[in-house]
Every structure is written in C-alpha cells, then in structure tokens.
Design a binder for this molecule. Structure first.
Ligand SMILES: [Mn+2]
Length: 300
C-alpha cells in the first residue's frame, strides 16, 4: 500500500531522534518479523501500517484522558530481521536491553508474537521480578509447536521459563486444549489464565497485581474479537471489545515498564481498522505512563 509522503504518523505523537532522544522516556520501535508464524504470514508489515493508518490528519495526539503527547515519543524506526531467527532474537534482546538500561519505556509494534520472547528476556536488566499481562485468544503455552520452541504459539511458555518473570496473566483466552492445560498445571501459581467466557463487561486489573507492580503488557490483537480486530492471522470469535481493553489500560495502577502490540496482519485487515486499533492501544499505553508520572510527581 502506498503511504502518502505528507502523512503525519501516529497522530502527531512522534518526534525525531535528533530533537529529544536524550530526554524523552517514551520510545516506539517496529519489530517487523513474522518468521515464527505457524499459519499465515503478513505481520512483518504491521509496524509500518500502525504508524501511518493512525494519521495525524485524522487523529490528534491527546489520549482519551486528555494527556497531550504531541512530539512526546521518539520513533526509533524498525529493527529489521536478520539472516536467521537466532540472530534476529539476539538483536531484539540486545536492543531492548539497551533501552531498558537507559530508563526508556519502549512501545513495540509487531511482528508476530514471537518477538515478545527476546523482549521479555531483556526485562532482566531492570533488576526486579516483572509481571507480564497478556491479552490473547491463545495461551501460547506449547512447549514447542511442530518442533519449534520459538514459534509464536510458545511465547508464554518461554517467558515463564525466565526467572525474572514473576507471573504471566492471560486475559481473553478461548483456545485451550489438552497440551496447554497440562502446561497450566506445570507452571502453577505464576500463571493466571482468565478465559474470555468468564470475563465481566468491565475488566478490572487482576487483584494479584497490586498498585505499583512492575508490568510488561503484551497485546496480541487476536485477543480482541474479530469484529473489532479482523486484521490478524488467527481470528477467534468471542473476544474482547476495544472498550474493554482500553478501560483495562486506563484503570490499571501498575508501573508499566513497556508494552507491545503484535500480530497485526495488514493483508487480513479491513480499511485499516485493526491497524488503527493497534495504534490506539499503544497511544493509550503511552498516555497512561505520562499520566502516572504526573500523578507521582504531584504527590511528592
Ligand atoms: Mn494469539
């Protein structure tokens, strides 16, 4: 798809590296890799669509709660896939580590969900146990998928093997099978599975994630219902609404250390509906971080 040269990416939230890399805490990075997708390819084109479908001519840079993000986010561009997944994962791991070390709060756009494996690994540099909240139709708990331990169907299993991941809380799950249920038993109390059919209309932040808990949020767009997010590789009916997920982000009282939105497949999308939703979720996450920092500063 052609992108207008005059497009204003991401609702006008982006600035350039030269202007403020040193003092902007919010950074955006595209991870255009779909090598680990088990079925359809296409997610590699996600980051570019997320940038430009959410155009500054159509959307302004304020979050729903009124946090103004004009020029507040540094777009670091895309971290391109390497010759092999091992090399790509290593590059994502090292890149994310350097951002966390520098005190940045990164917002990643996938790519398929496998990109979250090296990013989750990089959370170790924060030096404290990190909780992962995963919005998803799939629990991604397979020990391996068709012999591949780095498949996008194995993300949560790989994260739960990391000592610095305190817990994984999955919201919107509706594709559990026998193998994955066995894994639920194995991972015990560190894994919380909230299935879609049990969720209330108003999602509340899970009670075990107390105020100020360090949380990395990973949103697989197929966690939302295909009515809201048709542009995914694995649509599963019966999912969350845009409103439910936006409210969850806004009502959380976590310390958000980073966030990704993955599995946008532009080839399956309808009028950029899912790309715009992906950008909106990232935008609200950015607004949430700024709002939290303002609250903390005003309390001091
Ligand atoms: Mn999924």
């Amino acid at each position: 798809m052609r992108i207008s040269e005059s497009a204003i990416p991401f609702g006008g939230c982006f600035t350039t590296v030269s202007e403020s890399l040193s003092n902007s805490q919010l950074v955006f990075v595209g991870l255009p890799d779909d090598e680990q997708s088990s079925y359809r390819r296409g997610c590699a084109k996600g980051p570019e669509r997320i940038r430009y479908a959410y155009d500054g001519y159509c959307y302004n840079s304020a979050s729903e709660s009124g946090i103004e993000l004009t020029g507040a986010v540094v777009d670091l561009g895309d971290w391109l896939p390497q010759r092999s997944w091992d090399l790509t994962a290593q590059a994502y791991y090292e890149g994310a580590q350097s951002l966390f070390r520098a005190g940045k709060i990164p917002f990643f756009a996938g790519g398929d969900h496998a990109v979250t494996i090296p990013i989750g690994k990089a959370l170790d540099v924060l030096g404290e146990p990190i909780h992962v909240v995963q919005i998803d139709a799939h629990s991604d708990l397979y020990p391996d998928f068709d012999g591949n331990p780095y498949s996008h169907a194995c993300v949560a299993a790989r994260l739960l093997e990391l000592k610095h991941i305190a817990s994984v809380t999955q919201i919107g799950i509706r594709t559990m099978n026998w193998v994955q249920n066995q894994q639920v038993k194995q991972f015990g109390e560190r894994l919380h599975v909230l299935s879609a059919r049990e969720l209330p209309e108003q999602l509340e932040p899970p009670p075990h994630l107390t105020e100020g808990a360090p949380v990395y949020l990973t949103i697989d767009l197929d966690g939302l219902d295909p009515a809201f997010a048709p542009g995914v590789s694995h649509p599963v009916p019966g999912g969350l609404s845009s409103r439910q997920v936006l409210n969850l982000i806004q009502r959380a009282r976590w310390n958000l250390v980073g966030m990704d939105v993955v599995e946008l497949n532009p080839e399956q999308d309808v009028n950029d509906q899912t790309a715009i939703l992906a950008a909106r979720l990232l935008h609200e996450g950015m607004g949430y971080v700024v709002e939290q920092s303002l609250t903390v500063n005003s309390e001091q």
